[in-house]
Design a protein around this ligand. Structure first.
Ligand code: HEC
Length: 153
């Protein structure tokens, strides 16, 4: 019995760590509009098939939250497959539109909305990613992200 109780506590602790921060989610929803993500990826995260890829259920969102952060900082372009559909467009860099905190909040929002489950991204993590890629001045490509770690399809 005590071990069962202990198990329940462990599960509760894990759930508490995994749940997205409510304030961050709220600010992230606002940043999703301010950062104009909503215009392309749509309010429901479904994008426009063949034109703007979905964020809902995207294997790129679930793969690594730093992908969304880097897309926002430097843009993304070139061929990419998302949920089995081909895209070949360009996402603009939006690092000048959003603060580091807003980037953290919007990536937390995207990672934990529309059925997605992912991390709470912090402002410090965004700052660290920004620093790591400070010299970069061109958009990211799916091929580069794929080279870092293969995407589960
Ligand atoms: C002007 C349209 C546009 C805006 C604004 C935009 N994106 Fe994108 N986004 C795209 C396109 C197009 C791609 C695919 C680029 C390619 O073909 O390589 C993409 C790719 C992505 C991807 C990786 C692929 C996927 O579907 O998971 C993520 C994550 C992402 N965008 C998040 C965001 C977030 C968050 C914002 C707002 C801060 C945003 N985008 C703003 C057009 C846009």
């Amino acid at each position: 019995m005590t071990s069962l109780k202990h198990l329940a506590l462990v599960f509760l602790a894990a759930a508490a760590v995994a749940a997205p921060d409510a304030d961050s989610m709220k600010r992230g929803a606002a940043a999703y509009a301010k950062g104009t993500c909503i215009a392309c990826h749509q309010a429901n995260g479904a994008g426009l098939p063949g034109v703007f890829p979905p964020l809902a259920g995207s294997e790129w969102v679930s793969k690594d939250a730093s992908i969304a952060v880097r897309n926002i900082l430097h843009g993304m372009q070139g061929p990419i497959v998302v949920k089995g559909l081909n895209y070949n467009g360009a996402m603009p860099a939006l690092g000048a539109v959003l603060s580091d905190k807003e980037i953290a909040d919007v990536v937390t929002f995207v990672s934990n909305s529309w059925g997605n489950t992912g991390p709470n991204v912090t402002e410090d993590e965004v700052k660290a990613i920004k620093k790591k890629y400070a010299g970069r001045n061109k958009p990211w490509t799916a091929a580069e992200y794929e080279k870092e770690a293969p995407t589960k399809k």
